[in-house]
Design a protein around this ligand. Structure first.
Ligand code: NDP
Length: 328
């Protein structure tokens, strides 16, 4: 059964007298550190010596090297990029964690694919916002909160669940609701959105653009029509607010008739085998192995594909559209 935790399920007192080390002061780290502090919890920041460190200090935090922050803490929130986490964890974090400490992950990836295997004497929890970093802060300040996926992976102290819920409340997430998931489920869903759903949606968009330009429509008009006007983004918010089906009533009858009848004509297109292949790559650990090997090799394919992006005709069409509509 699906469990969703709300404010009344969580008690900040579970972290009373405990020090939380927020490791990393980037997208998530900064927002979560500010929210936890504003919720009355005791926060220190652990960071490498760089610009983010200066920012954390200027915003009033006690900032230390990662190992030092961890040594001072009862709860450690790992908010550094997933790809550097195993190395930083092994070098600076694992040796300094106190017995009975709680380690919190904002993404299930490293634990799910066993790139980090915390010892049994630790509480290990998941508090994974479904919100980008700036939104985590903005929604806290507005008082609306944001959803998260949460879970207890390991309970050494008998307090892991209470600590997890207090962290989720402290960052402002139980206000919107926190759905219980395992590290594996969170990692699989997250990767599937990026590797299954995202590419499928991207393919439909890319082929639509190519087709319309090939058929002689001005690229600027095509991009405006398909996404650059912001209408698509606005409509996507209606998916959330009113539902995918109910939002159809906001469109004209011509639009509704056309999209319903033409969607029916696409019923025979079965993407599921391709989507299942993407999910299999994820669940089997093949994707994680491939990505680890790619990082160890110095990111040759990643860099090659990234360099190719600049040469897509789409990039030039977007530039022209932005200029024509004075969007910069
Ligand atoms: P960022 O890319 O914003 O980086 C976070 C911090 O990590 C920065 O302070 C950065 O320092 C520091 N950092 C980078 N490399 C190292 C290193 N080798 N050693 C120590 N510190 C380092 O990360 P995010 O906030 O995007 O992601 C943090 C976690 O949150 C991840 O687990 C991610 O999956 C998860 N998450 C992210 C979401 C998002 O929207 N971004 C949404 C939900 C979860 P500096 O920049 O100063 O170099």
């Amino acid at each position: 059964m699906t469990t969703v935790f709300h404010d009344e399920d969580a008690d900040l007192a579970a972290l009373g007298g405990e020090t939380i080390a927020v490791v990393g002061y980037g997208n998530q780290g900064r927002s979560q550190a500010l929210n936890l502090r504003d919720s009355g919890l005791s926060v220190v920041v652990g960071n490498i010596g760089d610009a983010a460190r200066a920012r954390a200090a200027s915003e009033g935090f006690s900032v230390h090297d990662v190992a030092e922050a961890v040594a001072r803490a009862d709860v450690v929130m790992l908010l550094i990029p997933d790809e550097v986490m195993p190395e930083v964890y092994a070098r600076d974090i694992a040796p300094r964690l106190r017995r009975g400490a709680c380690v919190s992950f904002a993404s299930g990836y490293n634990v799910a694919f066993r790139l980090i295997v915390p010892p049994p004497e630790l509480d290990v929890v998941l508090v994974a916002p479904r919100m980008i970093g700036p939104g985590v802060r903005d929604r806290y300040v507005q008082g609306t909160g944001f959803p998260s996926f949460v879970g207890v992976h390991q309970d050494a102290t008998g307090r892991a669940r209470a600590r997890m819920l207090a962290l989720a409340k402290g960052i402002g997430s139980t206000r919107a609701g926190c759905l219980a998931l395992t590290m594996e489920q969170e990692a699989h869903l997250d990767l599937f959105t990026e590797q299954g759903f995202g590419p499928a949606m991207g393919l439909a968009l890319r082929q639509s653009i190519e087709l319309l330009v090939e058929q002689g429509y001005p690229p600027e008009a095509v991009l405006m029509e398909l996404y650059m006007s912001g209408e698509l983004a606005y409509t996507a918010q209606r998916f959330v607010d009113t539902g995918l089906v109910a939002q159809m009533d906001f469109h004209s009858h011509t639009s509704q008739y056309g999209s319903m009848t033409r969607s029916a004509k696409l019923m025979d297109v079965d993407l599921k085998p391709r989507l299942l292949a993407a999910l299999d790559d994820i669940r089997s650990g093949r994707f994680a192995e491939e990505w680890t090997a790619e990082q160890r090799a110095g990111l040759p394919l990643f860099n090659q594909m990234k360099a190719m992006r600049e040469h897509y005709p789409l990039v030039e069409w977007e530039r022209r559209t932005r200029k024509a509509f004075r969007m910069d």
